[in-house]
Design a protein around this ligand. Structure first.
Ligand SMILES: [Fe+2]
Length: 250
C-alpha cells in the first residue's frame, strides 16, 4: 500500500505573517501539518498540487522548504498559476523535494503534470506534457495510475472558477480515459472540495491549506470553511481510500 498526503494551495509568503484573504498562510499550513503529525495516519509521501506561494519570491519557497522538510517524507511538488517555475524548480528539485516528477510504488504510478500557462490563471495540458505523460505511462510497470495537476479537468459549477479551469479538459480526459489504467486524478486550484467520477476515473479536488472559496458561486467569494488536507491510500490491487480532513484553525 502507498499512502499519499495531498496538500494544495498553501499560498505562502516570504514573510510568515503574510495573509491570503485574511488567513495567515504560514500559520494555517502549520496547523494542517500539526494535525497530520498528531494523527494516527502516516503517509509514505506528500503531493502538493500547486500555488505553493503567493508573493512570487524565492523566500516564500524557502518557507515551504523549511515547513515541509521537517516531515521527513518525499515531497512531490507541482506548479500552480501563482508559482514561478524557475524559482520553484531551483528551490525544490533536490531530495526530499521533487519537481513535476513521477514515482512508482505498490503497483501504482503517481504522475505529476504541469498544467500552467505562464501569465494566465487558467491552465492547459500542453502537447509536450501530454506526450511526457504518455511516456511515463509507457515506461511504467504499474497497473494503476494516479495523475496529479493544479487545474481541475472538469467544471466545478462555479462560473468564475470554470472560466480559469483547464482549457483542454475534454482532450485531457479523453486521452487519459483511453489508457485504461488511470484510476484517479487529483487537483487543487479551486480551494474547495470536489469528488466525482468521469467514466471509470475518480476525480478529486482538495481544499486549500489556507482560505477556501465558496462552492457553486458565480462570482468570486470566499468561504469560512477551515484549512484541509486529504489522505489517499492506494492499494496494490487498484482500490483506494480517500478521506478529506478539515483542520480547526483559529
Ligand atoms: Fe490557489
Amino acid at each position: 500500500m502507498l499512502r499519499v498526503l495531498h496538500l494544495t494551495d498553501p499560498h505562502l509568503f516570504a514573510d510568515p505573517g503574510g495573509d491570503f484573504r485574511d488567513t495567515v498562510t504560514y500559520e494555517s499550513l502549520s496547523s494542517v501539518l500539526a494535525h497530520y503529525r498528531n494523527s494516527d495516519w502516516f503517509a509514505d509521501l506528500v503531493v502538493v498540487t500547486g500555488d505553493l506561494i503567493q508573493d512570487g519570491s524565492t523566500g516564500a519557497y524557502e518557507q515551504f522548504r523549511q515547513l515541509l522538510g521537517d516531515l521527513d517524507l518525499p515531497i512531490h511538488c507541482l506548479p500552480g498559476n501563482h508559482d514561478v517555475r524557475s524559482k520553484m524548480r531551483e528551490t525544490l528539485s533536490a531530495p526530499p523535494f521533487f519537481y513535476c516528477d513521477s514515482v512508482e510504488h505498490s503497483n501504482w504510478l503517481i504522475a505529476g503534470i504541469d498544467s500552467c500557462v505562464t501569465g494566465q490563471a487558467g491552465g492547459l495540458v500542453s502537447a509536450q506534457e501530454l506526450a511526457r505523460l504518455d511516456g511515463m505511462i509507457a515506461d511504467s510497470a504499474a497497473s494503476h495510475i494516479m495523475i496529479c495537476l493544479h487545474h481541475p479537468p472538469v467544471a466545478v459549477g462555479s462560473k468564475w472558477l470554470d472560466l480559469v479551469g483547464l482549457e483542454n479538459s475534454d482532450e485531457f480526459l479523453d486521452r487519459i480515459s483511453t489508457t485504461g489504467v488511470v484510476r484517479l486524478v487529483v487537483f487543487g486550484h479551486v480551494h474547495q472540495p470536489y469528488d466525482d467520477v468521469h467514466g471509470d476515473i475518480r476525480i478529486i479536488g482538495t481544499p486549500s491549506t489556507c482560505r477556501q472559496f465558496a462552492q457553486k458561486s458565480d462570482e468570486f467569494a470566499v468561504d469560512d470553511k477551515p484549512p484541509a488536507y486529504r489522505r489517499i491510500s492506494l492499494h496494490a490491487d487498484g482500490h483506494y481510500d480517500c478521506e478529506l480532513v478539515w483542520v480547526d484553525h483559529d
